[in-house]
Design a protein around this ligand. Structure first.
Ligand code: UDP
Ligand code: MG
Length: 317
């Protein structure tokens, strides 16, 4: 058997309506590539015929591997499961199962990888979703980019091709709440944006409820940003500063104008001051929590591109 170069990872949750079309498009694509591909279909606990269809297909066509999860684990974990079974020696392509991401782009992605990129990620030029969703995505991606600890590209989803070493590194990241597009950027190496038009879902309904979207967004923010905790400390400092200004203002008024109302100025001052102290304390505890979080998340401390030793490039392992 020829060596598998690229594994195409496709998560599927209740996608019976689009399944045949999907397999037809993907089959056409892998028949034409000049490198060998396998396709990993993950059933994410579908309640429809999807697992049955996957099993049937994988039993008769060896290029397809089925990974059937015990229940619905969510998109990110379904892809994670798929990435664990990647046999492609050069890497994997991650695509949605509803044909919003054209599988035909595999050739373009692959040739960019040949040019030395480790990650080619697709960026949506336009979306064909409801205006409300578009707006929510617009705000979210910009907010995320502003506050994350390193740059996570705007408007890029999981649709991408990643090299073998990126697959391996992501598989070695044991974090429980997974935000793959963030992890993919975090890994580093040379990454390339590829603009494309996102198609409409070919059949069936979106499997991402608002609840699932919010969960994803939360992971995107809290897994890659210290900002929410740091803002508390800053707010605390600001409040304490405010109380000092207020105090000075009262003293000034007392000495110069003699018209300070009796009784409640001390009260207000105390309330502002101690609100500030409490916020600051919360922020400080938050700092420790952040450190604990970083430690237990157990991401690799560094990722090596190459080592040049004794005048020669060394294999990193
Ligand atoms: N998906 C999944 N598990 C889920 C939700 C979605 O495996 O719990 C899959 C789904 O079958 C599709 C992909 O993830 O292949 C993207 O989902 P969807 O198209 O519904 O999301 P949208 O494009 O609307 O954001
Ligand atoms: Mg979709």
């Amino acid at each position: 058997m020829e060596e598998i170069k690229i594994s195409i990872v496709v998560p599927l949750y209740n996608e019976e309506a689009v399944f045949d079309k999907l397999i037809e498009r993907i089959s056409n694509v892998i028949n034409q590539t000049n490198f060998t591909c396998e396709v990993i279909l993950i059933n994410d606990g579908s309640k429809d015929k999807t697992p049955f269809l996957i099993e049937q297909l994988c039993k008769k066509d060896k290029r397809f591997t089925g990974v059937l999860l015990s229940r619905n684990h969510g998109h990110q974990l379904a892809v994670t499961a798929g990435l664990n079974y990647v046999r492609g020696t050069e890497g994997a392509m991650i695509i949605d199962g509803d044909l919003q991401d054209p599988p035909e782009l595999i050739n373009e992605f692959y040739s960019l990888m040949q040019e030395g990129y480790d990650v080619v990620y697709a960026v949506r030029k336009n979306r064909k979703e409801s205006d409300l969703k578009k707006f929510a995505y617009w705000i979210y991606y910009r907010l995320q980019q502003k506050i994350s600890n390193f740059t996570i590209p705007i408007d890029s989803g999981d649709f991408s091709m990643i090299s073998r070493r990126v697959v391996d590194t992501m598989n070695e990241m044991p974090e429980q709440s997974r935000y793959l597009r963030g992890m993919r950027s975090w890994v580093g190496f040379k990454q390339k944006a590829f603009e494309y038009d996102r198609d409409e879902r070919q059949a069936g309904q979106t499997k991402y409820s608002w609840k699932k979207l919010f969960e994803l967004a939360f992971n995107g923010i809290f897994n890659f940003s210290d900002f929410p905790v740091r803002i508390i400390t800053r707010l605390g400092l600001l409040t304490i500063l405010l109380s000092i200004f207020y105090f000075s203002y009262i003293i000034y008024n007392k000495i110069v104008n003699h018209n300070v109302p009796q009784g409640f100025t001390t009260l207000i001052f105390a309330i502002i001051l101690f609100s500030g102290v409490q916020l600051l304390s919360l922020g400080l505890i938050g700092e420790y929590v952040l450190r604990i979080y970083n430690q237990v998340r157990n991401r690799p401390l560094f990722i090596i591109d190459k080592i040049i030793q004794a005048g020669e490039e060394k294999d990193k392992k």
